[in-house]
Design a binder for this molecule. Structure first.
Ligand SMILES: [Zn+2]
Length: 425
């Protein structure tokens, strides 16, 4: 398959080949990048007025398979991801069974091989059954294709076990991703503890639940002189703790979700459980601090924490509803509108946080555009306005608090190894 993309404006966090160019792709690889290419191709795209960037890489998505196929599958989730401009995603291991041994990982990789529309790398659990007691066999799972280790959905419960995990990972420079939550401060809470929880009479999760755990992980990373990645940072204090740690040389990286920068707790109202998520939506001051942390590089990555749920798992009761937001199809539009439109990030900054930086942390290909690199690309229209309609989602999870909201910036094409895997109407 030969693909020719004409007149595109290239945004490249890899720094080369920026500006207006044509791109010629053959056998899944970028062969030529020049101002004017005249070559025969099976398909030619006129990208005048559009931006072309490295395909997005999501280092935190839940595909729910195996075990929870009514919420999402590898098939549906990867098509949703393609629609969101993602060419690579990493799926979290909190499935049924948990991805914690060779048999479960092998089965998952078989499903990926058969059903995935884009590149999918599994993340294996840190502990057997995500119980924070017995480490998985990291070497075996890494050699089979796991790119990282995380008990996400649950925290690593004790400091001792986190130290054991980091020391085990350090031997081969594997990356540990922690969902930071001090359970004793979170128990029973379902939204942020503060003004909104008091007003609505809904039990809150204290922000310290996250912040103490972030501090704990950073201090253990510092003591073991090894790196750690903090998932879904959501409070101003967490960002400040990470900023200070980076300044003194701790090897910590972190991510934020589009919903934690695009929404505040003020949208929460009785029955609106689509905004129930863990960590919870925070205050406007937290959102401002997270944006600042993205700008100054404290936060390295934007990851979706795509958490699709069937409507049966949500309901109107905040206590019984599942945590999670189906966010992979709206990520770019929300981030472009919240970060690039107001001038907090350039489009190139946003591109780096959605592709190059996660690739660097996970040591994956991608995140740059160059001759000889895989043609994993996204083409976006930054003028097009979209109104989010969950009924149009390709994800099985329609649980989005963004439903009905209007954003600017949309995905026009997603290209994996030179093949068009998504094309907007
Ligand atoms: Zn999590």
């Amino acid at each position: 398959m030969r693909l020719l993309i004409k007149h595109c404006s290239i945004v490249n966090p890899g720094n080369n080949y920026e500006g207006f160019n044509d791109i010629y792709i053959e056998d899944g690889v970028i062969k030529l990048i020049e101002p004017e290419i005249v070559m025969a191709a099976e398909r030619t795209i006129d990208a005048a007025g559009l931006y072309l960037m490295p395909g997005f890489i999501d280092m935190h998505a839940h595909l729910r398979e195996p075990g929870f196929e009514h919420n999402e599958t590898v098939y549906s989730g990867t098509r949703a991801a393609a629609r969101g401009g993602y060419t690579t995603i990493c799926c979290m291991p909190n499935t049924r069974p948990v991805i914690d041994d060779e048999a479960s990982l092998s089965k998952l990789m078989g499903i990926i091989e058969k059903d995935a529309a884009i590149k999918v790398h599994p993340i294996a659990a840190i502990s057997k059954g995500q119980k924070s007691t017995e480490l998985v066999e990291m070497d075996k799972l890494f050699n089979m294709g796991a790119v990282a280790f995380s008990d996400d959905g649950r925290p690593v419960e004790t400091a001792a076990f986190m130290m054991e995990a980091l020391l085990a990972a350090k031997a081969n420079d594997y990356i540990i991703i922690d969902h930071c939550e001090e359970l004793s401060l979170a128990a029973g809470g379902v939204i942020n503890q503060g003004r909104q929880s008091e007003k609505l009479g809904i039990r809150g999760i204290h922000p310290l639940s996250e912040e103490l755990s972030v501090m704990r992980d950073i201090m253990i990373a510092e003591a073991t002189d090894f790196r750690i990645h903090i998932a879904h940072v959501s409070t101003a204090s967490s960002a400040e703790i990470i900023r200070a740690a980076k300044r003194r040389g701790v090897k910590v990286t972190c991510e934020v979700t589009p919903h934690h920068i695009g929404l505040t707790e003020d949208i929460i109202k009785a029955g609106f459980t689509d905004c129930k998520v863990n960590p919870p939506l925070r205050t406007a001051a937290d959102v401002e601090a997270l944006k600042e942390a993205l700008k100054d590089g404290t936060i390295d990555v934007i990851a979706t924490d795509h958490a699709p749920h069937h409507a049966d798992s949500k309901g109107e009761d905040f206590y019984s509803a599942a945590f999670g937001i189906s966010g992979i199809e709206t990520a770019f539009s929300v981030c472009y509108t919240e970060l690039v439109e107001p001038g907090i990030l350039t489009l190139k900054d946003l591109s780096a946080r959605m592709s190059k930086n996660p690739a660097t942390i996970l040591k994956l290909d991608g995140g740059i555009i160059g001759i000889g690199s895989s043609a994993d690309l996204v083409i976006v229209d930054t003028r097009r306005r979209i109104t989010v309609n969950r009924d149009d989602f390709l994800s099985k999870g329609k649980n989005t608090p963004f439903h009905g909201k209007t954003y600017v910036g949309d995905i026009v094409y997603t290209i994996v190894d030179g093949s068009i895997v998504y094309e907007s109407k």
